[in-house]
Design a protein. Structure first.
Length: 129
């Protein structure tokens, strides 16, 4: 409606010049936010859902359960080998060490190659100097 649009427009024009509870008071007649209008609007739907849940013997909320965290297995199959947790941990450290060695080797080779290219000058470059 035009009246609601005017009220909202006037509230938006205030911007940050007034505290929001004061603006809320001007719009709704109360300084606090309330979900009462939404609850009133959806009341027929809520009643219908409650009725249908009773007809179908549905339980509202989470049902009671006795869930426990998975404890895990003491052995794991990896590439056809049955390994214990300590063997798996040792294998992870070995793979980490190999990866670290490969990384350091790659960096060293890259630096060496870069230095060799920088030091090497073609015959055409030598003649220019």
């Amino acid at each position: 409606s035009k009246e609601a649009g005017k009220i909202l427009g006037d509230a938006l024009k205030l911007g940050f010049s007034r505290p929001w509870p004061e603006v809320m008071q001007n719009i709704t007649g109360q300084p606090n936010m309330s979900a009462e209008a939404l609850l009133t609007y959806f009341e027929p739907l809520t009643k219908w859902l409650i009725e249908k849940n009773r007809e179908n013997n549905e339980t509202l909320g989470w049902p009671e359960y006795t869930w426990q965290a998975y404890a895990g297995e003491s052995e794991v199959n990896f590439l056809g080998m049955s390994l214990s947790n300590s063997e798996i941990e040792a294998g992870q450290w070995i793979l980490f060490a190999i990866g670290l060695i490969l990384l350091i080797t790659t960096i060293a080779l890259g630096v060496t190659n870069f230095r060799q290219r920088k030091a090497f000058k073609s015959s055409s470059e030598m003649e220019l100097k």
